[in-house]
Design a protein around this ligand. Structure first.
Ligand SMILES: Cc1ncc(COP(=O)(O)O)c(C=O)c1O
Length: 392
């Protein structure tokens, strides 16, 4: 039986996605297809490891031992042929925390930090929270495909940018950057002495035949310029357990990261988080393989349904992540109207594209990591509501 056939009811489990609908959408009657977590149970090996740990019943301070570090090193080697050494690893409760740390470690107040918009909203927050300046290099959308405007990217880097936060694979546009694209971005960072902060939390969630390349694997110079933030949380649905890590080859850069983590009282992992990370990386591969198959088929379903019934909605094909970026511009609505339409008429809770930057206006982001039943229900509700509009 597939790991994903039965999906537990998540209501009243203190789930952000399912239990905050009134606050977020001003309606309890929407199907939640927003926040980036999945409705699936974690792999059985993860749940068993947590149960075993809980049976012990003592939750004192916990070390991150060589077994846990080794499982990360092996994972990165097996999945990406990336040879990381245990001592390059630092630990933090989440990737957003890691981004805050990296921005503080490598830039000063008023410094410029580049991002490629539209992008995951905390990328803006981690720059502004520390009084750094956001420099945007918007992605280009042409024929349903996002690409990098390298002329703009280079010009912006040369305007005194200190750090670049890369989202790879990219949330929300779903791009898995090619080796060539990564190489070009990274070389420009090296040439212009811009620190490359690479958020690779979606690295394992790659669809079809696409391949994720950790940017730090591209050359020695690039590895020394890069701080990579990763986690098993998106891959295995462990976000609530708060366990992530940072890979930094450059010893002084790593020292800076570690000092800052320490200064904020961070740098370790909680007992259950490290237990889950270890079990997932040791035993989760088969589960992940099945998950990716399911996500591929879910995307195909949504694309086909909209193409057949509501061509006004266009899915930008996702190469990675479980988040679909949907162009709704042909509905001819303002942002507010689009949001209202999805909540009141379609009764689905999606993320508004505008929250990813102004380039995201007229888009909605849909999370497809749910049961087939929920997915079909949500998509059918959208199709019905759009048909009802009677757009000529
Ligand atoms: C690109 C990206 N980075 C970071 C995060 C969140 O990471 P964490 O929960 O580890 O802070 C997300 C969650 O959606 C994400 O999409």
């Amino acid at each position: 039986m597939s790991y994903f056939e039965t999906v537990p009811n998540r209501k009243n489990t203190r789930s952000v996605k399912w239990d905050t609908l009134e606050e977020v959408f001003q309606s309890g009657d929407v199907l939640p297809m927003w926040v980036a977590d999945m409705d699936f149970k974690a792999p059985e090996a993860v749940n068993n490891a947590l149960i075993e740990r809980a049976k012990h019943g003592v939750y004192g301070y916990t070390i991150i031992n060589p077994e846990v570090k080794g499982s990360i090193v092996n994972w990165l080697h097996r999945r990406f042929n990336w040879k990381v050494e245990e001592e390059w690893l630092s630990f933090s409760p989440g990737v957003v925390t890691s981004l805050h740390i990296a921005v503080q470690a490598f830039t000063e107040p008023e410094d410029k930090v580049l991002i490629q918009t539209p992008v995951y909203p905390p990328f803006y927050n981690v720059i502004e929270a520390h009084n750094r300046q956001i420099v945007k290099s918007p992605l280009i959308l042409k024929d349903d495909h996002y690409s990098i405007d390298f002329t703009d990217f280079e010009n912006k880097l040369k305007q005194g940018v200190k750090a670049f936060i890369l989202c790879s694979p990219h949330n929300p546009v779903g791009r898995v950057w090619t080796k060539e694209e990564l190489q070009k971005m990274a070389e420009l960072c090296v040439e212009n002495d811009v620190i490359l902060i690479s958020d690779e939390i979606h690295a394992d969630l790659v669809l079809g035949d696409y391949k994720h390349t950790p940017i730090a694997t591209l050359s020695e110079d690039i590895a020394m310029q890069t701080v990579t933030c990763m986690a098993p949380s998106k891959t295995f649905n462990l976000a609530g357990l708060q366990a992530s890590y940072i890979v930094t080859k450059h010893p002084e850069k790593r020292l800076k990261i570690d000092q800052l983590l320490k200064k904020q009282g961070l740098g370790s992992l909680n007992t259950m988080g490290s237990t889950a990370l270890h079990a997932a990386y040791e035993h989760g591969e088969e589960w992940l393989k099945e998950l990716l198959k399911l996500l591929n088929s879910h995307q195909e379903y949504v694309v086909e349904m909209f193409k057949t019934h509501t061509p006004e909605l266009k899915v930008i094909p996702a190469q990675g992540t479980y988040l679909l970026w949907i162009d709704c511009s042909r509905l001819g609505m303002t942002d507010e109207e689009l949001h209202q339409f999805m909540v009141s008429e379609a009764r689905v809770g999606l993320n508004a594209g505008s929250s990813y930057g102004e380039e995201g206006k007229q888009f909605m982001r849909m999370n497809i990591a749910t049961s087939r039943q929920t997915l079909e229900k949500g998509v059918k509700q959208i199709v019905k509501a759009v048909k009802h509009l009677n757009i000529q």
